[in-house]
Design a protein around this ligand. Structure first.
Ligand code: NAI
Ligand code: 15L
Length: 260
């Protein structure tokens, strides 16, 4: 069982929510982010400020932990330069450091790897990616980097293709994409504790009746979601026609220039 976890992106929305939960689960936690941790650091945790683009700093971060929960990086659509710094270069530093230290990575991938599938299409994680921007493309890179690292070096990684991780769903799309905070915690614990994961891709989604996402490696790693967005139905539709057409929602409509 892993005892000492590195949590990157700790100062972000999900990191701040997860830090006390992981401590409560009995883990020793090393929190890290480029920005200061805005809350009191929970007892049983430490905080190290570091930029993922700094290779040496990432190597030092990973030394002495047992597994890495990697949430750090750009979490929305942006021009390709900042995405490259954090989500390609920084991510590769994390994987290389994990390889050197033989640590499993639990990675926050995203539904924006497949954002350009139409709503209503049911997907397996084996379907081809259809990223809806540079952000989604960077997450697809991470999934492929994980595949290569496992095939070539035996390094294990679990890629959580998170939908919309929120306290509760607020719009119609979330009835399909919602991941509750409790289910994210369950998913991370399953991914950290599974005996073996190999390279796994799991939909980061609750047990939503209207989910578009079915086949994946959830059962293999022991992830069993318990919440269902349907409890909150009905919810209002949001955004323009493009937003409403594709699974990636508003990310697909950003800078969309096709006219057919
Ligand atoms: P967030 O933007 O609140 O947190 C990301 C954190 O990463 C921030 O605290 C930021 O300072 C840090 N960061 C950015 N660049 C960095 C760098 N170069 N070095 C070190 N730290 C850096 O995002 P949120 O919502 O907490 O998401 C966490 C992860 O989960 C992200 O990777 C995001 O892409 C992924 N995700 C989140 C979803 C959600 O519904 N919140 C859905 C799908 C994926
Ligand atoms: C993501 O990947 C984002 O990080 C998050 O902010 C949400 O927009 C989410 O996807 C979503 O698609 O709802």
């Amino acid at each position: 069982m892993a005892r000492h976890l590195l949590l990157t992106g700790a100062s972000g929305t999900l990191g701040r929510m997860l830090a006390p939960r992981l401590v409560k689960r009995g883990y020793q936690v090393r929190l890290s982010d480029i920005n200061p941790f805005p809350d009191p650091v929970p007892e049983g945790a430490t905080f190290v400020q570091a930029d993922l683009a700094d290779e040496g700093a990432v190597q030092r971060l990973v030394e002495g932990t047992d597994a890495i929960v990697h949430l750090g990086g750009i979490s929305v659509e942006k021009p390709f330069r900042p995405i490259i710094e954090a989500n390609i270069l920084g991510l590769t530093h994390v994987f290389e450091a994990a390889r050197a230290e033989k640590q499993r990575i639990v990675f926050a991938s995203s539904n924006h790897t497949i954002g350009f599938y139409e709503r209503g299409e049911t997907l397996s994680t084996k379907d081809l990616v259809q990223p809806d921007g540079y952000y989604g493309l960077s997450k697809a890179y991470a999934e492929m980097l994980g595949r290569m690292m496992f095939d070539k070096h035996g390094l294990e990684s679990v890629h959580m293709r998170i939908g919309s991780c929120l306290p509760k769903p607020t719009e119609a799309r979330h009835l399909s994409t919602w991941l509750s905070h409790d289910d994210l915690e369950r998913l991370i614990i399953a991914a950290v504790e599974a005996d073996k994961t190999g390279h796994a891709v799991v939909w980061g989604v609750s047990a939503n009746s209207r989910s578009w996402w079915k086949e994946d490696d959830a059962e293999r790693i022991g992830y069993r979601p318990q919440d269902n967005a349907e409890t909150f139905a009905p919810l209002p539709e949001e955004g323009d026609a493009i937003t409403r057409r594709f699974q990636g929602g508003s990310f697909t409509a950003q800078d969309y220039t096709r006219d057919d």
